[in-house]
Design a protein around this ligand. Structure first.
Ligand code: ADP
Length: 448
């Protein structure tokens, strides 16, 4: 079956509805007008008969008509019949062929051939025995003239109404669905030209479709940013991998080309081994981040005793340098290994970037309905303009320094990702030359 557009369907439906309504209206008007005609005829007949019968007397079975009596008055034909129903006076209309029984005072309708009559019989008595019948006949005007007028009017007005309904609804629907057309066009052109820059734009009304168009634009905006970020990520990842790969390649080429002493060879092998290690660490980190993003990494959430977890993480660091300030028995809803990784990344940075003997503090407390996990160092600090950028993947403030300390600028990106997965967020307070404090804010978990 052919599928019509919504526009066509609504227009067809509204137009059809208008046609049905107009037809119903015509039928309704016709029936009302017929009723009015019948009622007027009945009233006229009754009135004329009541007047005229006053002028008829019966004397010895014969009619005596007073002055002013008319056999034909206001369209009513008056007939006088004997008691035995034989016509005594008056002219029967030619068309009236019906043999109607007499009924005193009862107005009723009679169809004679094509003509319809309203009939009223009145009995004029003479004593107990004698009397006459006065019969009034009034033709019910054929309603065909009214009907015809109405049908002509309907024939002119109906197509006009239908046309107006069709044009009006088409115009309104077209206007209302315009943003939808633009959404379709934009989506098509994005698919065809792979062009994520395009936007629907528009006047921005308050109706549903305009809001949909706005939301679609916002969605495109976010998609474009995400897409750009992915492209950047891929470029950065290949760049990061290329550096150790170049070192490995040139070192191995050198070793192949030139005779090396055993010491030199050993040095070359160690260099290759180191660079391969860097690459492996980077790839593992990238894989972990991707798995986190895709939700494929073991992401079981449960109640985690954070105090105990941090004490365990702290075991991996120099006891003299790391100071613990942990409130006991702090529980959160989360994933233990991920929270351990987050803490590890922050501690690694604090240890890496601070002076070798400077202390690092790991603190855990409950405050204002939040659980705060803070890692504070007395390192070089981070300038305000860098404080937003350091969370980006592969961003390194001072790559030369970071490289010397191993890392690819992924640590903090992962920290932020883990914080968000736990419904929390990260803050940073840092003063140049004095040190930095990274704080994880988590919603408080249920008490044990
Ligand atoms: P990486 O440490 O691998 O370079 P990160 O994402 O962990 O990557 O950190 C990004 C950058 O933020 C680092 O290159 C470093 O310049 C800066 N940074 C992170 N932690 C600290 C810190 N505690 N003190 C000073 N600078 C820091």
């Amino acid at each position: 079956m052919k599928r019509h557009s919504i526009k066509t369907k609504i227009t067809l439906w509204l137009t059809g509805l208008t046609v049905v309504l107009c037809l119903l209206l015509v039928v309704f008007l016709l029936s009302i007008s017929r009723g009015v005609v019948v009622q007027t005829t009945r009233e006229r007949l009754t009135q004329v008969m009541r007047e005229q019968v006053e002028l008829v007397r019966c004397r010895e079975g014969q009619p005596v008509l007073a002055e002013g009596f008319q056999f034909y008055r206001h369209g009513v034909s008056l007939l006088i019949y004997s008691k035995y129903e034989s016509l005594l006076a008056g002219q029967l209309p030619v068309a009236f062929t019906a043999e109607e029984a007499f009924e005193n005072g009862n107005v009723h309708q009679v169809t004679a051939g094509d003509v319809e009559y309203m009939v009223l019989d009145l009995w004029v008595a003479e004593g107990w025995q004698q009397g006459l019948w006065v019969r009034g006949l009034l033709e019910i005007p054929e309603s065909s003239r009214t009907t015809r007028t109405m049908l002509v009017m309907a024939a002119v007005a109906l197509p006009l109404f239908v046309l107006l309904a069709a044009l009006g609804s088409d115009r309104i629907i077209r206007g209302a669905l315009r943003p939808l057309d633009r959404i379709n066009e934009t989506a098509d052109s994005i698919v065809d030209a792979k062009d994520l820059h395009r936007r629907i734009g528009g006047p921005g009304g308050r109706d549903e479709f305009s809001r949909l168009a706005d939301n679609f634009d916002r969605l495109l905006e976010r998609m474009e940013r995400a897409f750009e970020a992915e492209k950047q990520f891929a470029a950065d990842a290949s760049h990061e991998l290329r550096t150790p790969l170049t070192v490995i390649k040139s070192a191995s080429e050198y070793a192949l080309q030139f005779e090396e002493t055993p010491e030199e060879r050993r040095e070359t092998m160690e260099m290759i081994h180191r660079q391969a290690g860097t690459m492996q660490a980077l790839i593992e980190q990238l894989l972990r981040m991707t798995r986190l993003e895709q939700g494929t990494e073991g992401m079981e959430f449960g109640l985690v005793d954070l105090t105990a977890l941090l004490e365990e993480v702290a075991l991996g660091y120099e006891e003299d340098r790391l100071m613990l300030r942990l409130q006991p028995e702090i529980t959160v809803l989360g994933n233990g290994p991920l929270l351990a990784r987050l803490t590890g990344n922050l501690l690694d940075n604090a240890m890496k970037y601070g002076p070798e003997d400077a202390p690092v503090t790991l603190a855990l407390e409950r405050r204002d309905g939040e659980v705060l996990l803070a890692v504070a160092d007395a390192g070089p600090g981070i300038p305000p303009e860098e404080q937003e950028k350091i969370w980006q993947r592969f961003y390194q403030m001072d790559p030369a320094r970071s490289e010397a300390r191993s890392g690819a600028g992924l640590g903090l990106a992962m920290v932020r990702q883990i914080a968000e997965l736990h419904g929390g967020y990260m803050t940073l307070k840092s003063t140049l030359g004095a040190g930095s404090t990274f704080v994880l804010h988590l919603p408080e978990g249920r008490e044990k």
